[in-house]
Ligand binder design. Sequence first.
Ligand code: FAD
Ligand code: DHB
Length: 391
Amino acid sequence: MRTEVAIIGAGPAGLLLSHLLAQDGIESVVLETRSRAYVESRIRAGILESSTVDLLDAHGLAERLHAESHEHRGIYLQWPGERHHLDFVDLVGRSVRVYGQTELTKDLGRARDAAGQQFVYEISDTAVHDIETDRPYVTFTRDGEAGIRLDADVVVGCDGSFGVSRTAIPERVRQTWERTYPYAWLGVLADVAPSTDELIYAWHPDGFALHSMRSPTVSRLYLQVDPGTAIDDWSDDRIWSALAARLGHGQDGWELTPGPITDKSVLPMRSFVMQPMRHGRLFLAGDAAHIVPPTGAKGLNLAVADVGLLAPALAGLLRKRDATLADAYSDNALRRVWRCTHFSWWMTTMLHTTGDPFDAQLQRSQLTWVSSSSAAAQGLAENYAGLPIGF
Ligand code: FAD
Ligand code: DHB
């Protein structure tokens, strides 16, 4: 097999990249270990920043998003006895949209089907070769046949946090930074109308809680738990009573309405950045190069932003024989990656309890400052609603 761009991974980064490249007349093949049904039903992110929506809009990918997503002007920050609304539109003139990653993945998949995109699902043994030449290739196994070879001009690793493509960058040039947090999230999806109009991020002595949503009839909620937590230790009743306590059920008459839980999982919390995001003819985008803890909803948006920079860079390289943007890709992408890495770390450490009373006092002071000073609130709003793609 031969193509111009071999894309490893059919998550949001890989699918969006194949779409943007096709709009520039560049052919690609997308390789994926999982089945399409699995990729489309994996419950993950839910918040799109304004720059993500703008990019999808500009490329004709936001029709269903506009019809079915919900615009949120801001978020609530809360702690015992207090709840404050931060209005991003008033603060920085931008808003966010609630739209599940499952839905975005389906929209991208359909757009690629309509354009005749070539996909190879359910592969294994993916390996990247010869990236320091201008004839790189990928090998994989499919239906028991090993060593199938896809030749390309460029290989892009969009294979997420457990992918293999980043390991193809030689250790002598690879640099990584990592932080593991001493807590995890228990995430649940529930068939119940959200008890709030906009997301509630709650600090509580028992641990952080977040009330998010997917639609007017589906709520998404998270609880801070210990990293080794067994899901079986958390019955539905225990989950709802912890959520009620941490989210302030009864505070100023607010009530949390429980409902049937349809999905439960424990998510680890990790920051990870690797550089460079390009070596020779291999480029990395999205979780393949960086992971943020979920607080602040940056992971998916960062993957989209990488692709927003990478697509024109590859068009320059492959169509105009101009490597300027391709050579600048890693530095340009990493500038935004580090901004979002800091923001996600900051939101995480402001809201998660550590058991240390000094930390708790600092967190309460910071929450009070962000909720009462418009200068501080603007900083949060600017980062949350999203910096420009080329920040
Ligand atoms: P992915 O979506 O991970 O896609 C990578 C694809 O590559 C996958 O389909 C994978 O199967 C495939 N792949 C992997 N290895 C190979 C291989 N060797 N060969 C071929 N294909 C391969 N972000 C938020 O903003 N908010 C959230 O609430 C949130 N919740 C999350 C919950 C979970 C459980 C996880 C794991 C992530 C969550 N994230 C969240 C992060 C967000 O979902 C990711 O940042 C986003 O999916 C990144 O997109 P991506 O395309 O880079 O990677
Ligand atoms: C969601 C996840 C987040 O990490 C976040 O900060 C906001 C919302 C969500 O899954 O809806």
